[in-house]
Design a binder for this molecule. Structure first.
Ligand code: NAD
Length: 251
């Protein structure tokens, strides 16, 4: 399927690792020029800082030209096991909300005006099944991902009249450093006898939660992101699409 993305400029936040990295690869394969905005990337962009994001946009547009597509994948967890939620202090929430919610706002505030002016553009936000099912492993992460899904819908309504489409893709379980940190937080507070390696924990968990009973690959998430960013999805906006092996089913 020709996605007709060749020559377009795309920004991928969180593009230095995991799902974001796979999105960079997918857009480059389609012939896009891609800027990575990541605190571990070349420009050391921190999405929780509006100044850092504004500077990244200036640098990207002077180097590559106007940005046509955004993929926002940068996010973090608290690094703590939050079940029950009283295991976490209020202070454990702050940085997660700052990066995951305010980061999304900073990126949207930076990119929306140019897309509105040009009357074209797409945004895909990476949410999570955790934002739909109240996952008990990391409450601030879950709450922030619900906020991502909801704010993407607000944006979709605001920007539709300007020809800008906004969608959310929710992965379920993908083996990345972020996911491994969830296992680590669980592992570290288990008694010796109940501990599992990451691979053992992952194998048990995926069978329990996903009908397809296997982990998703970063490239499978990226394929959906590329499709939603393309003119092949020209009638799709404000949607939350799960690429999760059937973990959450809509009706
Ligand atoms: N891995 C999963 O199972 C899973 C499931 C559901 C949703 N997700 C979502 O997928 C997205 C990507 O996560 P991943 O699993 O690929 O994790 P990852 O840890 O591999 O990648 C996250 C990237 O975000 C970057 N980042 C974090 N904070 C940043 C900041 N303040 N500024 C700029 N960059 C920052 C990191 O440096 C990293 O490169 C996230 O939004 C996550 O919530 C992941």
């Amino acid at each position: 399927m020709d996605l007709d993305l060749s020559g377009h400029v795309a920004v991928v936040t969180g593009g230095a690792s995991g799902i974001g990295r796979a999105c960079v690869d997918a857009f480059e394969r389609e012939g896009c020029r891609v800027a990575i905005w990541d605190r571990n990337g070349p420009g050391k962009v921190d999405v929780s800082s509006a100044e850092s994001v504004a500077e990244a946009l200036r640098e990207t547009e002077s180097r590559l030209g106007p940005v046509r597509h955004l993929v926002h994948a940068a996010a973090m967890g608290s690094g703590k096991f939050g079940f029950p939620f009283l295991n976490l202090a209020a202070g454990d929430w702050s940085r997660v909300l700052e990066v995951n919610i305010m980061g999304m706002l900073h990126v949207a505030q930076a990119l929306a005006p140019g897309m509105m002016e040009r009357r074209m553009g797409t945004m895909v936000f990476i949410g999570s099944v955790a934002g739909q099912i109240g996952s008990q492993t990391d409450p601030p992460y879950s709450a922030s991902k619900a906020a991502n899904i909801n704010f993407a819908q607000c944006l979709a309504k605001d920007l539709a009249g300007y020809g800008v489409r906004v969608n959310t893709v929710n992965p379920g379980m993908v083996k990345t450093p972020l996911n491994q940190a969830v296992w680590q937080a669980w592992h570290d507070q288990q008694p010796e006898a109940l501990r599992r390696t990451y691979e053992e924990w992952a194998a048990e968990k995926i069978k329990a939660v996903a009908p397809l009973a296997r982990w998703q690959e970063p490239a499978e998430i990226a394929d959906m992101v590329a499709f939603l960013s393309s003119s092949r999805a020209s009638a799709v906006t404000g949607q939350t699409i799960n690429v999760d092996g059937g973990q959450v089913m809509h009706w």
